[in-house]
Design a protein around this ligand. Structure first.
Ligand SMILES: Nc1ncnc2c1ncn2[C@@H]1O[C@H](COP(=O)(O)OP(=O)(O)OP(=O)(O)O)[C@@H](O)[C@H]1O
Ligand SMILES: Nc1ncnc2c1ncn2[C@@H]1O[C@H](COP(=O)(O)OP(=O)(O)OP(=O)(O)O)[C@@H](O)[C@H]1O
Ligand SMILES: [Mg+2]
Ligand SMILES: [Mg+2]
Lengths: 225, 225
């Protein structure tokens, strides 16, 4: 299970910003859930804390019973690279590397040869409709193409936990469906999947939905008891 | 009128990419139209050419009868800063400047004092729901907040032509409505507005819609004859 226990995140300022306000969330293995809520409500902040990319001001994060928020950076980094695939709201692609190499980099710690990494990267890019753009650099791609490269890179290592921040924000319906198919497939293979989305249709298609409002979490639908 | 006449844009490569393929589009003063189409179909490329930010490989752009594609860079830059407000798909905010100063910079060539620029910037940010984030830097803002700063900056100088590339891509329904209200208000005041959007509801709410498919333009609804 992935669990936030009474997590708060406060940024200094006048007034201080309570980006997360006593958030508790337990996600069992293999769950698929949507995180919705207004712009600025704390969704990305919560996802970053759950993905060990940010530390809370108070409270703790547990992954399979280990209190991750107390681990040192090196152990933390091992947990993260082995298990968590993160799709960023801002993509963060390597500007000097092709789409193929950006995705192949997602396999650098998988112990496979460069040839294998590139083959798997090509398959993944094909699954999001980018088989014809493998050798383009990020600045030679459209907004939605870059987004799909970011999705492909996050998922190429079959992570057991997928944290996706607005993975279809710049996509038309067809590319959006391709991305959701990829997430559903991983889910059927046993991955735990959290998707931040502002698209109602996507949120409502998932078995569980939680909402962030002003840094606080509200369960909407589908929480197990 | 804003007019593309038989415009093509080809990027070298193997094979070459025909991002725009013999596109002709005439937009009269005061029109409000949506540009839709699949990811990678040429929407942003077309908008960049219309906004004089990119030159076509073939064909021409005319603004009020002047063949803009033949002007030198200095004249081009004058046309652009006086009349065109561009909302970028990737935001491009100044990282070291607050939301307030990013938007105030949109008024640098308007001949007003710094105090006036900052006052008008604050009003604009308030209209997109960011009155409480004026002094935050871009890296202290959420994805949707950054998007709204980019919208506010593009519109603060009351441009007569607004070219908006996915202005609501990262926004929840409430912020999305605030942005569309701002565009509708400018339209009622006489501006010409083009909006690239992948959201059906938004596209269908506008009086005219065109679609890009593989670099070619198709009129869907509402073109004047
Ligand atoms: N510098 C470049 N070199 C080669 N191809 C390019 C270059 N820039 C863009 N392209 C290609 O041109 C096509 C059109 O790009 P454009 O950004 O206009 O698409 P778009 O319709 O805005 O897509 P999206 O909805 O994903 O934002 C894309 O397929 C893209 O890969
Ligand atoms: N470094 C920071 N300093 C101060 N405030 C911050 C900082 N980073 C984020 N915030 C604020 O924290 C709040 C939550 O941000 P977060 O990115 O989690 O929102 P979000 O729900 O993902 O929004 P969106 O839907 O727009 O992406 C925002 O109001 C933002 O302005
Ligand atoms: Mg966010
Ligand atoms: Mg685009």
């Amino acid at each position: 299970a992935l669990e936030l226990i009474d997590v708060s995140k406060v940024y200094p300022g006048s007034p201080p910003v309570h980006a997360l306000d006593h958030v508790s969330l337990r996600v069992e293995h293999g769950e698929l859930l949507a995180i919705v809520g207004p712009s600025g409500s704390g969704k990305s902040t919560m996802l970053h804390v759950m993905g060990t990319l940010d530390r809370p001001t108070e409270g703790s994060l547990h992954i399979d019973g280990i209190e991750v928020s107390r681990l040192g950076d090196r152990k933390l980094s091992a947990v993260r690279s082995q298990r968590i695939g993160f799709v960023f709201q801002q993509f963060f692609l390597l500007q000097g590397a092709s789409a193929l190499d950006n995705v192949a980099n997602g396999l650098l710690y998988s112990g496979t040869s460069k040839r294998t990494r590139r083959r798997r990267a090509a398959e993944q890019l094909d699954r999001v409709g980018l088989g014809h753009r493998l050798h383009h650099l990020p600045n030679e791609l459209s907004g939605g193409e870059r987004q799909r490269v970011a999705v492909a890179r996050a998922l190429v290592n079959d992570p057991s936990i997928v944290l996706a921040d607005e993975p279809t924000g710049n996509l038309d319906s067809r590319s959006s469906a391709a991305v959701m198919d990829l997430l559903h497939t991983l889910h059927q293979e046993g991955s735990t999947i959290l998707v931040i989305t502002h698209e109602h249709a996507i949120a409502e298609s998932l078995p569980r939905q939680v909402e962030m409002i002003d840094g606080r979490l509200v369960e909407l639908v589908g929480a197990s008891q």
